[in-house]
Write a protein that binds this ligand. Structure first.
Ligand SMILES: [Zn+2]
Length: 236
């Protein structure tokens, strides 16, 4: 049997072998399967992956369930039941903050998991919502910063839209108005979130412009509102 390959095909084969090494390295960092062992949690991930309706975000960009599911997979973030009650009566990822810089990395080998409240097991829609909420946090949408009420608002909104949940209520609250943001927390009895700061630094300039555009303080420099406001040039 003669083995004669056209030179073109030959070079493709060689390229295939060469890129195999590169592919192997790449898959070590970007997983192609979700890092989830439990069948129920895997089912929730699959439902999230099959969600394609875009949810509009604060900056006009959009996000789908698939985007979140894919992020979880690519980052190889494990999802496990919180059997050790690390999160109390809820789901979470452990967030490590040194002053104003926060990560989801405990410093030990391996990606740290999303921990899911075991009583969610009875209810697939709320499991999907929980997964969406917690993955959104893991994307660090405002950078490596502490959690804020604004980030929680969006985590809840995205989760509710993706899972068609009737809770929390969103009404016509404008989360870029801090009065609205706080009323939203109050109305939905999410009071523990009052312990968080209101806004991430990158969003503060938009909050100011929304505020200043609507009343008699229009044109007054941000510094006049006191030290709690971050001026735009301090933000990253
Ligand atoms: Zn949250």
């Amino acid at each position: 049997m003669k083995k004669i390959m056209p030179i073109g095909l030959m070079s493709i084969v060689v390229l295939g072998i060469v890129s195999y090494g590169a592919f192997f390295v790449k898959t070590a960092g970007a997983s192609t399967e979700p890092n989830i062992q439990d069948p129920m949690l895997l089912e929730a991930w699959t439902r999230l992956y099959n969600h394609h309706d875009p949810v509009q975000l604060w900056d006009g960009s959009t996000l789908t369930g698939r985007d979140l599911a894919q992020y979880l997979m690519e980052q190889a973030i494990p999802v496990v039941w919180d059997t050790g009650h690390v999160c109390g009566n809820g789901s979470c990822s452990v967030h490590y903050c040194a002053e104003e810089t926060c990560t989801y990395e405990d410093g030990k080998p391996g990606v740290d998991p999303i921990l899911v409240y075991p009583t969610k097991a009875a209810d697939m829609p709320s499991l999907v919502a929980t997964l969406a909420h917690e993955i959104f946090h893991r994307t660090q949408p405002f950078g490596a910063v502490p959690a804020t009420r604004f980030e929680e608002y969006w985590a809840f909104l995205i989760a509710a839209k993706i899972s068609n949940a009737g809770w929390p209520k969103f009404g016509i609250y404008d989360p870029l108005d801090s009065g609205h943001l706080n009323l939203w927390i109050k109305e939905n009895k999410l009071d523990p979130y009052f312990e968080l700061p209101e806004y991430p630094a990158t969003i503060v300039p938009q909050v100011q412009s929304a505020y200043m555009g609507s009343d008699q303080f229009n044109g007054i420099p941000a510094e006049a509102f006191g030290p709690s406001q971050t001026s735009p040039d301090e933000t990253k």
